[in-house]
Design a protein around this ligand. Structure first.
Ligand SMILES: [Zn+2]
Length: 212
């Protein structure tokens, strides 16, 4: 990680926040269609990045081995600032939130994508926990406690991944002044999406539609 003062971007890396989000979705369409361009993976690009990074987007995704962010969005080195944990959990004051704030405040990313995926084991574990109760071992309760509140208590399995992504979008905007201010000033767009394991497509979701 660069020192904040030396890595602060001089100018936005995309024409607009909407364009930054579209760049992610465009890459996903290339990937889903089986025509990835695998950008920014050459030796010369690697050398260019020795000078510093200026990613245009940040993604908080799940650690699931089937949901590799740069691959499914067809991005390369220096493009996307990625945070992953099991179930893309965003805890108040936690490292995922701090990392997203770093990406917004210091790296100047113009889009933040909260990316869930179909058949998420961490979300399924939360659904099972809501149904049966019981204690999870070790530190794993961290993985379900934030997710639980996003699900429908009457029907936890109902669109669980979508609800969790939507809830994470709302949590991010509520928990971070840095992020909320950047959105308010038109410097940043925050979006939620779900990756389809079968068709490879990332579908954006309307976070407000799932507001409880
Ligand atoms: Zn997952």
């Amino acid at each position: 990680m660069n020192q904040p003062d030396s890595s602060a971007p001089a100018a936005p890396s995309s024409p607009s926040p909407a364009a930054a989000l579209e760049r992610l979705l465009e890459g996903n369409r290339r990937f889903a269609a089986g025509r990835p361009s695998r950008p920014h993976q050459s030796v010369s690009h690697r050398h260019l990045l020795e000078q510093g990074q200026r990613p245009f987007a940040a993604v908080l995704g799940c650690s699931d081995s089937r949901a590799s962010v740069e691959l499914l969005l067809d991005q390369g080195f220096g493009d996307v600032f990625v945070i992953r944990n099991a179930g893309h959990v965003l805890s108040p004051g936690g490292s995922a939130l701090a990392s997203l704030e770093y990406a917004v405040a210091e790296l100047g990313v113009q889009a933040v994508l909260l990316l869930g995926h179909e058949s998420c084991g961490a979300v399924a574990a939360t659904v099972a926990h809501l149904r049966s109760g019981g204690e999870l071992p070790g530190s794993m309760p961290i993985l379900v406690e934030r997710t639980e509140g996003h699900l429908d208590p009457a029907a936890p399995e109902d669109r669980a991944v979508e609800r969790h992504v939507a809830g994470t979008v709302r949590d991010l905007l509520a928990a971070s002044e840095i992020v909320a201010e950047a959105v308010g000033a038109g410097r940043l767009v925050v979006a939620g999406g779900v990756y389809g394991l079968h068709d490879g497509i990332v579908r954006l979701i309307d976070a407000e539609a799932f507001e409880s």
